[in-house]
Design a protein around this ligand. Structure first.
Ligand SMILES: [Zn+2]
Ligand SMILES: [Zn+2]
Length: 243
């Protein structure tokens, strides 16, 4: 890994990442560079986040992504959707959930009410207030297209496999697997489901571990941390299993 002057981290000639920022809970945004097409993973948490990503791409001399794949519905990965270049793709569950979130109101009263009903969690609202000093600037849009089954795309010189499936973090996950880079981009997928308590659901964890073990890769690319090796990730996840 190497940090470029533009602020992107180069993971390979084909894979770059704008690193996560803890303060406003901005996740890693990934960029996969093919000879004919380029794609991004996740839209970030605001227009400002997307603009920072695109500025770094331009400074690196890279074209803007032709499309963006959304890993799951959470605000920090989707509230920049209205500002992206090209179409966005997600699972149907993500799209449906975003259509619901589009109806949410953004003021203190509505946000606190959602914490009471469990629709949203304090951790999100705290960071949303940091990213959006003016809550009126929040614009939520749904994704344009659905990925309903595993599909492999050829970007020219690199294949991207999209794998929609359940995860321990949310029901609507989309995994992005890059066989030639020996990389799995999973963003938050192997975390706990914070909307349903703070411990792992053991059945979902078992299923996820089996999924990771079934894939041939080395780099486990997370949403809010630097990439791990698959070995480190599995060690961490096995420690979360009750046995
Ligand atoms: Zn996240
Ligand atoms: Zn998340």
């Amino acid at each position: 890994m190497e940090m470029l002057e533009s602020g992107l981290i180069r993971m390979s000639d084909r894979l770059y990442v704008l690193p996560y920022e803890e303060k406003t809970d901005r996740p890693n945004l990934y960029y996969v560079k093919g000879d004919r097409y380029s794609v991004a993973v996740d839209a970030g948490n605001s227009k400002a986040h997307v603009e920072k990503f695109y500025r770094a791409l331009k400074e690196s001399g890279f074209p803007l992504p032709d499309c963006t794949f959304i890993s799951h519905w959470h605000w920090d990965h989707t509230f920049g959707l209205h500002a992206i270049h090209g179409l966005s793709y997600s699972t149907k569950l993500t799209q449906d959930k975003l259509k619901e979130v589009m109806k949410w109101q953004w003021n203190e009263e509505a946000m606190l009410r959602r914490e009471e009903t469990g629709e949203d969690i304090p951790f999100c609202n705290e960071h949303i207030r940091m990213e959006y000093p003016d809550l009126k600037e929040i614009t939520v849009t749904a994704t344009d297209r659905i990925v309903s089954e595993p599909v492999s795309l050829d970007l020219g010189g690199i294949a991207v496999d999209l794998i929609p499936r359940d995860s321990t973090h949310s029901r609507d996950s989309l995994f992005v697997y890059l066989p030639s880079e020996r990389t799995l981009i999973l963003q938050d997928a192997d975390c706990e489901d914070f909307y349903h308590g703070t411990v792992y659901d053991q059945d979902r964890l078992k299923d996820m571990i089996a999924f990771f073990e079934s894939l041939d890769y080395d780099y486990h690319c997370l949403g809010h941390a630097l990439p791990e090796t698959k070995k480190e990730a599995l060690k961490r996840l096995y420690q979360c299993k009750n046995e």
